[in-house]
Design a binder for this molecule. Structure first.
Ligand SMILES: NC(=O)c1ccc[n+]([C@@H]2O[C@H](COP(=O)([O-])OP(=O)(O)OC[C@H]3O[C@@H](n4cnc5c(N)ncnc54)[C@H](O)[C@@H]3O)[C@@H](O)[C@H]2O)c1
Length: 509
């Protein structure tokens, strides 16, 4: 991705008192592990592009029998407001329970609500948002409300809205316009209903995928006179912002939360470390111990997959093109091989390169009977699935997201999610991971809304390092972790401020 590097000077950046990292001897508000009653993640990652068409997970209420479009229904919440459009406002109670479950795994947002009490750093903020509407996003939206903002919200994906959660938000007074299974026309109508309101103009944008930003640019460019900033979360949306910036058309500051360090580490390394096993298990019921696995690519995602499989007793091989990552794989105890060398013997092949045609038809032809093939990278071209659509091969759908591809000699290959991202297609993403992203979004909004004139220009910025550190620090109490405080002498020795930032921007973690 091409980008203009922001020139932010994080050393000059000051955070308000309530937003300081708390050390071990300071009062902790959230030092207990949350009780995990009935914990289940109800959504896929909120970090995916708006074009993903995964189906969202379980819903208590099956509303498929009600075919009336929400646009044709007259609904009011219990306070008499009808400034929303959801599938069925009566589902609000179920949605509220889901939001309460999510709150327990989103300690940082709950801490923000407590710490900022009284200060209302978003007082006067009018935020228009376009994200997946899930229990986790609801915790974010209600946190923004608790910090003083007025919010209007639409979905960034036509399939991912949890109807009962949207209903709970509407019942709580949020102007939410979204339901699962919107048409394309509905999608833009919902966005427009959030923006085009008499007597209300947004002054902040929170976007996931760039569609909302694009709509305002196209239809209501004058609104940018009042807008203080855009916070964008997805790779796609960030890419669009950098293009606007390069063309000199970006007219407000924008914060790229996708590339903040904490988000990257959690989404790529830790999330994949957990969800690779979940995705494989749900689709194949397989046992991992003793299985031979080859992981293509030893970047953040590959490292997570390898660590999880090694811990389960699998024999893990790695392929790499980059000698640095290759050496890391060797030092971590994995055999570095070329795919050709192990393709006949492995039980599982996992791609995580972000590249194309990593597993070719030639590799697929040579695999042994029963080999499982899946992809954890962004693109569905890492495995050359198209090459398997030939007359001599038979495809058999054995389960949702599981195909057997059968060769003329009877050999079967097990293909998961047709080569699309395994974890997003076949498993869930832990709420705790989403908590990192949501906290980063909230802090980016607070920062852009409160920044003094001139701190940010019409450019794309990364979250200041100090705030990234703050996001991490807000999640530490969940583990009863005690952070060491620098002594004055040590801080002087290292040339650091005692309250951070603790690393230069180029530090790689
Ligand atoms: N599944 C998920 O939830 C999830 C989460 C985050 C990112 N991703 C996606 O996963 C992919 C990898 O992300 P990352 O953060 O690990 O990226 P990364 O750049 O850190 O790692 C990719 C690695 O693959 C190596 N590589 C490239 N071509 C190769 C080839 N032909 N053979 C072997 N190795 C090769 C690169 O050298 C690199 O080390 C990206 O497409 C990313 O968008 C997926």
């Amino acid at each position: 991705m091409e980008r203009t590097e922001s020139t932010q000077d994080t050393t000059a950046f000051n955070m308000p008192d309530w937003m300081q990292i708390q050390f071990a001897d300071q009062k902790r508000e959230f030092n207990k592990r949350p009780t995990k009653i009935g914990r289940r993640s109800l959504s896929r990652s909120i970090s995916q592009s708006s074009t993903d068409s995964y189906s969202s997970a379980a819903s208590y209420t099956d509303s498929s029998d009600d075919e009336t479009s929400p646009r044709d229904k007259q609904q009011k919440n219990s306070k008499g407001s009808s400034d929303f459009c959801v599938k069925n406002i009566k589902q609000a109670e179920f949605g509220r329970r889901e939001i309460e479950i999510a709150e327990q795994e989103m300690p940082a947002l709950m801490a923000l609500r407590k710490r900022a009490q009284g200060e209302k750093p978003l007082a006067g903020a009018k935020i228009v948002g376009c994200t997946h509407i899930t229990a986790q996003t609801a915790v974010l939206i209600e946190t923004l409300g608790a910090l003083g903002a007025q919010c209007r919200w639409a979905a960034c994906n036509i399939y991912s809205t949890l109807n009962e959660v949207a209903a709970a938000l509407a019942e709580n007074g949020v102007a939410v316009f979204s339901w699962k299974g919107e048409s394309e026309d509905d999608f833009w109508w919902c966005i427009d209903r959030c923006v085009n309101v008499e007597g209300w103009q947004p002054n902040m944008i929170l976007d996931d995928g760039g569609d909302l930003t694009h709509w305002i640019y196209k239809k209501y460019p004058n609104m940018f006179k009042k807008i203080k900033g855009i916070v964008e979360e997805s790779v796609t949306g960030v890419h669009r912002l950098y293009q606007l910036s390069k063309a000199g058309k970006l007219c407000v500051p924008a914060m790229n939360v996708n590339d903040s360090v904490t988000k990257q580490k959690f989404d790529n390394l830790y999330c994949c470390r957990e969800s690779i096993l979940d995705g494989l298990k749900r689709t194949t019921d397989m046992m991992f111990g003793g299985k031979q696995v080859v992981v293509c690519g030893y970047g953040e995602v590959g490292k997570g997959c390898c660590a999880a499989l090694k811990a389960m007793g699998s024999i893990v091989y790695v392929t790499e093109i980059d000698p640095i990552c290759a050496l890391q794989a060797c030092m971590d105890g994995f055999r570095l091989v070329k795919l050709n060398e192990v393709i006949r013997q492995v039980d599982i092949v996992i791609t995580c390169t972000g590249n194309k045609n990593v597993v070719t038809r030639e590799h697929l032809d040579r695999m042994k009977n029963g080999c499982i093939v899946c992809n954890m990278g962004h693109s569905n071209t890492e495995i050359d699935v198209a090459s398997l659509r030939t007359p001599e091969l038979t495809w058999e759908r054995v389960r949702s997201q599981v195909d057997h591809v059968i060769w003329p000699d009877g050999k079967r290959m097990v293909l998961l999610a047709e080569g699309r991202l395994l974890n997003l297609s076949c498993s869930t993403v832990p709420t705790f991971v989403l908590s990192i992203t949501a906290t980063t979004q909230a802090l980016a909004l607070i920062e852009l809304y409160n920044a003094p004139e001139g701190r940010y220009k019409q450019d794309v910025y990364l979250l200041p390092k100090k705030m990234d550190e703050y996001v991490a620090s807000l999640h530490l109490p969940t583990f009863d972790a005690h952070l060491t405080e620098l002594s004055d002498e040590q801080a002087k020795y290292l040339g650091l401020n005692k309250n951070g930032p603790f690393k230069p921007n180029y530090y790689r973690y």
